[in-house]
Design a protein around this ligand. Sequence first.
Ligand code: ADP
Length: 468
Amino acid sequence: MKNQTKMWLLIIISIFSSLIIFIAASFIMGDFGNKGYDIGDLKTISNEVLTTIDQQEKGISSILDAAHAEHPAVHFEWIQADGTAIYNTAGTPQNYDFQQLADHFLSIPYNLWTEGETISLVYKTHLQQQPYYLLMKLPSTAMQPGQVYFFLRTTKVLLTLLLPLIIAFMVPYLLAIWFFSRMNRRIHKLNHALTQVNLQKDIIVLQDTSKDEIGQLTQHYNSMVERIQSQVIEIEQFDNKRKQLLSNLSHDLRTPLTMILGYAETIRNGLYKDDRELQSSAKIILQRSRYMDKLLDQLLDITRQNTHALTLQLAPHNISEMLRKILADYLLFLDGQDYIVDVHIEDTDIMIHIDVALMERAIRNIIDNALRYGKEGHYLGIILKEQQNDVWITIKDKGPGIASAEQERIFERFYRVHQGRQGDGLGIGLSIVQEIVDLHQASIHVTSVPYEETLFQIRLPKKEDELN
Ligand code: ADP
């Protein structure tokens, strides 16, 4: 059942039940709290007494005494029309003059509402064509404390009485209808927006500033769809990058493979001129195979990066020693090549908390890049220095460098400055460097002036216990 229908049912049921409860409760409470005689009761008693007198079953005095015995709070007087008192259950009867009789008649019904007074009611009757009065007196405390009478001469007056009552009764119901309808509209909007959530379409952001539960639900909905949208965008971007990576990879693997196959075929068929040509063919095969090996290594890195993130194992390490060891490997590799290697590592060893394996991997990545992308500069610089609370590692080359617009982007996963250029990697080396640097709560900066200096600088903050 819809909320709207439920709401109307609820209101109709409440109107009827409140009416029934009001009537029933006022009867029950009246029985408990409104004890005593009311005008109707006294009228019935007077009728009974007058009927008995009329039937002349006993003498008048015994009839009135019997009635008084039955209703001890009420005293009965029997009076002739000229005011002569015939019998009084309260004692000696006293005659009334015209003034006193008229006062009795006039005081009804005002004396009914007075407190602490004697209430007297007069009933007229005829006995053998003679007029008589039955006077009934009782203390006001014997009367019911409350009695409600409606005297309607015409039904038109109902409108005057009932309309204000209906309007007064309607106010809470109208307020309830307004409240429920507003709440219903808000739920309906939320419901509609939820059914519209579609990954391909624009999301619907709802405006609901209320602090109540529906307002909170709407805020949760808004942040949920915003999260979904940004995740969808991320997934789309990742998917595009993945497609790009696959096409780059197939291209990057095919080119060296074609060369390897060509040179291997030449060697197998003995088509080389001399030993020098054989050597240079073998060198090219080796170079291309190394390059393919690097691509496959990077592919493995990507899978590793996806499955489990890098974990940091910090320990105090001699970073000067680590850099010297790395440098020794590269010097061996660069031996005999037209390269200037400029090293500034202070003699006093620098100790710092690092994950040595990860930091070595990051530095090797940057040096590999300097050698690959900056080889035209024939220069490699490595500087390690300690400055106040930081340790700085700088790797420098004098190649064509990186345009300032690209400098931010090179740390993105799969980003390559020259897409599809032969000899480049898969664009993940620097993204791994960035991850390692972040894990160490360190930072990395690039500055580049083409063919003058391209610097990659890692700033490693020292821990408190490492500070002098
Ligand atoms: P890859 O794994 O393909 O080498 P990286 O993430 O290591 O990718 O580097 C991203 C891009 O940054 C490279 O495509 C390259 O163009 C550029 N780059 C990195 N280092 C240098 C450098 N020293 N000189 C010029 N360009 C560089």
